[in-house]
Write a protein that binds this ligand. Structure first.
Ligand SMILES: NC(=O)c1ccc[n+]([C@@H]2O[C@H](COP(=O)([O-])OP(=O)(O)OC[C@H]3O[C@@H](n4cnc5c(N)ncnc54)[C@H](O)[C@@H]3O)[C@@H](O)[C@H]2O)c1
Ligand SMILES: O=P(O)(O)OC[C@H](O)CO
Length: 323
């Protein structure tokens, strides 16, 4: 098995650790030379996945061309860097996209961006409720692997499955991507509820009504309802909306505590994808005439367009309607 992982943040490193279980060689491309050095010399990634001893079967590299001999490539960069990273990756092997977001400027999903950046490469999407530090510790995890080509999906699944890492197959690539992108924005909303002390009823309502928004938007973009109700949609939504382990939830918590988005986002090393996805999603939803009031509210808070009390009042004052 010759897996290559492109992107050595928390998730790329955790995936490398998972695939390296059992002594399989995994090559991991990192942007930062200090990450390459720490992984190769100290068996650690203190920048992005601290306190997890890494397998000796992981070989880090700063040279993306070193991925040329790999027979599958997991792309794990932040969504807004995926186009550039995929364009630099060697062409040929299947690309397994692990980033969650929508590209700013184009409104494209990651599979659409990858298809433009590297035409002809087979594409799959790996997405679900997966906090990196838990996966890296070998805690039980299930995840959606979506690919239009069922044979390829089965081959990839067989190669990435581990006793505690269980992929479920789907042919609904768009559905898997929309779930992962939208849940990050909704997690910000749930973090706001936590930070502002709005209570657990509010959080449950945001999850349910947010899921209704995800479903409306997903169906408008051709996703299937059962995909949105699966691991990559509802499953990830519940995870990310429930814990400060989520960077998106934590960002929202800061907003709910009254801190400004620009301060919370300034100089951060780790990515809170929802902050980038929110305005793109709002645009896409408006263009498709899909109502997404929770997403609109998150955008207003991120843009500091209105105080939280006003945003809450506007949400609660919407016309009463059927569920
Ligand atoms: N962390 C998780 O638990 C988790 C789980 C599933 C999916 N994801 C998704 O994986 C993707 C990567 O997230 P992460 O948590 O691994 O990242 P991270 O926040 O841990 O690290 C940031 C990453 O961004 C990279 N980066 C910074 N500037 C860059 C540039 N100019 N070009 C290319 N790369 C650059 C860094 O090298 C690093 O790999 C995101 O889309 C995220 O939603 C994360
Ligand atoms: O920390 P977050 O909010 O980016 O969430 C990480 C993963 O996407 C959870 O599945």
């Amino acid at each position: 098995m010759k897996a290559g992982i492109i992107g050595a943040g928390a998730w790329g490193t955790a995936l490398a650790q998972t695939l390296a279980a059992g002594g399989q060689h995994v090559r991991l491309w990192a942007l930062e030379p200090e990450v390459v050095e720490a992984v190769n010399n100290d068996r650690q990634n203190p920048l992005y996945l601290p306190r997890i001893p890494l397998s000796p079967s992981i070989e880090a590299t700063g040279d993306i061309a070193a991925m040329a001999d790999r027979d599958m490539l997991l792309i794990v960069s932040p969504a807004q860097h995926l186009r550039k990273v995929v364009a630099q990756a060697p062409a040929g092997p299947p690309l397994i996209l692990c980033s969650k977001g929508i590209e700013a400027g184009t409104g494209l999903l990651m599979s659409e961006v990858a298809a433009e950046a590297q035409p002809g490469s087979p594409i799959a999407v790996l997405s679900g409720p997966t906090f990196a530090h838990e996966v890296a510790k070998g805690l039980p995890t299930a995840i959606t692997l979506a690919c239009a080509d069922a044979d390829l999906a089965a081959k990839i699944a067989a190669r990435i499955a581990r006793p505690a890492f269980r992929p479920y197959l789907s042919d609904d690539v768009v559905g898997a991507e929309i779930g992962g992108a939208v849940k990050n924005v909704l997690a910000i909303a749930c973090g706001v509820a936590e930070g502002a002390g709005l209570g657990l009823n509010a959080r449950a309502s945001l999850i349910s009504r947010g899921f209704a928004e995800m479903t409306r938007f997903g169906l408008a973009r051709g996703a299937r309802a059962e995909t949105l109700a699966g691991l990559s949609g509802l499953g990830d939504l519940v995870l990310t909306c429930s814990s400060t382990d989520s960077r998106n939830f934590s960002l929202g918590k800061g907003l709910g505590e009254g801190r400004a988005a620009r301060d919370l986002l300034a100089n951060r090393r780790t990515v809170a994808e929802g902050a980038f996805t929110a305005p793109v999603l709002r645009e896409a939803a408006r263009a498709a005439r899909v109502e997404m009031p929770v997403v609109e509210a998150v955008c207003a808070l991120l843009e500091d367009a209105a105080p939280l009390a006003q945003v809450m009042d506007a949400l609660l004052a919407r016309p009463l309607r059927a569920e």
